[in-house]
Ligand binder design. Structure first.
Ligand SMILES: *[C@@H]1O[C@H](CO)[C@@H](O)[C@H](O)[C@H]1NC(C)=O
Ligand SMILES: [Zn+2]
Length: 306
């Protein structure tokens, strides 16, 4: 197995004497290729691509779902259990496009604080967060512009709890998402240098093409984009958590991963309140990841969409 090693050099903003080096080991995606295109590798075929993905086809508690009167009367609940959280700014994270989504992750150190949530008595550590455009969960049939997934894992039984935040576009950019446009710029800058280095091309033509592709929102190829890391010395969740009232008003249900292998027993927590995302930040997401929302799964007794 081949690992891509990417070295992240974090600049210490407050104490100039300290310079931290974190090494992020990134495994190539496991399992066969899957995507959102709807042909032989799209969502309707995920369950057939690999025996490990069979739950995508046969699972009875699949996500995402539409939150409406009907699902609320059957399996989605207004949260009753307290969700407590212990979040501090995450150090030395990396924003990157992994071929499916823009993801922010980091390597937990033995001595670094693990951000965590507790649902009832069960504790889960925050391991990464990522984005879907448009939203995967819907409310009364309607998508939000995007959805943020904060993925947490129980260190003992490895079960997952995900906080889903619906994102609504606004004109002004939102500080919490500053890395999205920065990553987009970096991806296009790398693409530029890679293409310009090819024989028989001039940088002026390439520049025009790039301008066009940026304007047209053309997706960079996954292979190019996945090589680009945007280092984040610190991610502070405080503004997000404050706006979401400490993750309090929310819907809960037991569901699944929305990507292969579609594993179930995921404790979903979808926030009532949307959070804003700047239009340029949303455009950066779409530019990087395109359409990456799984369809509503209505296999819980409704008619199947398959
Ligand atoms: C954070 O979580 C990881 C993974 O479960 C663990 O290896 C590490 O020791 C934890 N760190 C602390 C400070 O508890
Ligand atoms: Zn997700």
């Amino acid at each position: 197995m081949k690992f891509i090693l990417s070295v992240v050099i974090a600049t210490s903003s407050l104490f100039a004497a300290v310079s931290a080096h974190a090494i992020v080991k990134r495994a190539p995606p496991a399992g066969p290729h899957w995507d959102y295109s709807g042909d032989k590798t799209g969502p309707d075929h995920w369950g057939l691509l690999d025996p490990a993905y069979v739950t995508c086809e046969s699972g009875m508690q699949q996500s995402p779902v539409d939150i409406n009167k009907e699902s609320l009367s059957r399996f989605v609940h207004c949260a009753k259990k307290a969700l407590t959280f212990d979040y501090k700014p995450v150090k030395d994270a990396v924003a990157h496009f992994n071929g499916h989504t823009v993801e922010i992750d980091w390597t937990p150190g033995a001595k670094t604080h693990n951000n965590s949530i507790a649902i009832g008595k069960k504790q889960y550590n925050l391991i990464q967060f990522h984005f879907h455009t448009p939203s995967e969960h819907r409310i009364n049939g309607r998508h939000a512009d995007a959805e943020l997934h904060l993925v947490h894992r129980n260190p003992v039984d490895k079960s997952l709890a995900v906080i889903g935040v619906l994102l609504q576009a606004q004109a002004r950019n939102v500080p919490f998402f500053h890395y999205l446009t920065a990553l987009q710029k970096k991806v296009h800058a790398d693409k530029h240098s890679a293409v310009a280095a090819a024989p028989g091309t001039t940088s002026a033509i390439i520049e025009e093409l790039l301008k066009d592709s940026v304007c047209a929102g053309t997706q960079p190829t996954s292979e190019e984009a996945t090589k680009v890391d945007y280092p984040l010395p610190s991610v502070d969740f405080e503004p997000l958590v404050r706006a979401l009232k400490g993750f309090t008003p929310r819907w809960e249900y037991s569901g699944s991963l929305t990507t292969p292998p579609c594993s179930e027993n995921v404790a979903w927590n979808v926030m009532h309140d949307p959070y804003p995302i700047g239009l340029d930040q949303l455009r950066a997401l779409v530019d990087l990841q395109g359409y990456n929302a799984r369809d509503i799964e209505d296999s819980r007794g409704g008619s199947s969409h398959k």
